[in-house]
Design a protein around this ligand. Structure first.
Ligand code: KIV
Length: 276
């Protein structure tokens, strides 16, 4: 078996994160960490680093597929990626986005589509965008024992209705209503995207379930960043909230340039990289 075929793990790896453990973060008074990943390789890496949860986000559409929004991502595509992610993960809770129009049509369709995600990928939970307007669907999913993470504030699937991506959502009354509705309908956690710090603090104080912020300041229970953004693999995206913890894009380009140079000048492969 090639050394590439299995993730390398220490013996006695930590127990898998469950939905109840994740949902009880407020009671334990611990913070939560989450990143997105879209395949086996990167999911294994984030899991080995110790994130609590990996989101197979529909940011897939922009980060992997090169679209300008998340809208083109299909249910079959996200299932394909989530299945790879689940194979790379031993501990983290895998949550999968319900893509645009896979849950908005009716609660029944949402249950069928979310059920497919859990059955075909091995993930533990789904995420959907919306609060008040999706309360019936969150309830239907919860009634079917499909754990749901809600997502309020800036909702990328509503890019046209909101008049663009990346706009800070400042209506605190609406944010509170959305968050309360999601919690009451059975959501086990809620993503708060691009809202003022004060609004995120107010929502977090109001709820029992964990809040996971992205561009929502430090008062949330946990934080999520798009994996390739936090590693510095993506380019041309510089929102104030994003901190890049690596510079992998430049490292990858310079490593590849060095490889090209060595092949062209005959330095690679040398004796050490050749067989007798
Ligand atoms: O799709 C995604 O990556 C997300 C995160 C930004 C929360 O929804």
């Amino acid at each position: 078996m090639s050394s590439h075929s299995q993730p390398r793990r220490p013996q006695g790896a930590a127990r898998p994160v469950t939905v109840p453990w994740f949902a009880a973060a407020r009671q334990r008074e611990t913070r939560l960490t989450m990143t997105t990943a879209y395949d086996w390789l990167w999911a294994g890496l984030f899991d080995e680093a110790g994130v609590d949860s990996i989101l197979v986000g529909d940011s897939l559409g922009m980060v992997v597929q090169g679209h300008r929004s998340t809208l083109p991502v299909t249910l079959d595509q996200i299932i394909y990626h989530a299945e790879m992610v689940c194979r790379g993960v031993q501990r983290a809770l895998v949550v999968v986005d319900l893509p645009f129009l896979s849950f908005q049509v009716s609660p029944q369709e949402a249950v069928a589509n979310a059920g497919r995600i859990l059955k075909e990928t091995g993930a533990s939970a789904v995420k959907l965008e919306g609060g008040v307007t999706q309360a019936r669907t969150i309830q239907a999913l919860s009634d079917a024992d499909i754990p749901v993470m809600a997502h309020v504030g800036m909702r990328p699937q509503s890019v046209h209705a909101l008049g663009g991506m990346g706009r800070i959502q400042r209506d605190q009354r609406r944010l509170l209503e959305d968050a309360r509705a999601a919690e009451q309908a059975g959501a086990f956690a809620i993503v708060l995207e691009l809202i003022p710090r004060s609004a995120a603090a107010a929502v977090t104080a109001e709820l029992q379930i964990p809040t996971i912020g992205i561009g929502a300041g430090p008062d949330c229970t946990g934080q999520v960043l798009v994996g390739p953004d936090l590693l510095g693999l993506t380019d041309g995206f510089h929102p104030r909230f994003l901190k890049r913890y690596g510079d992998l894009r430049n490292q990858a380009i310079s490593a590849t340039k060095e490889y090209i140079r060595e092949v062209l000048d005959g330095t690679f492969p040398d004796e050490a990289h050749s067989h007798e």
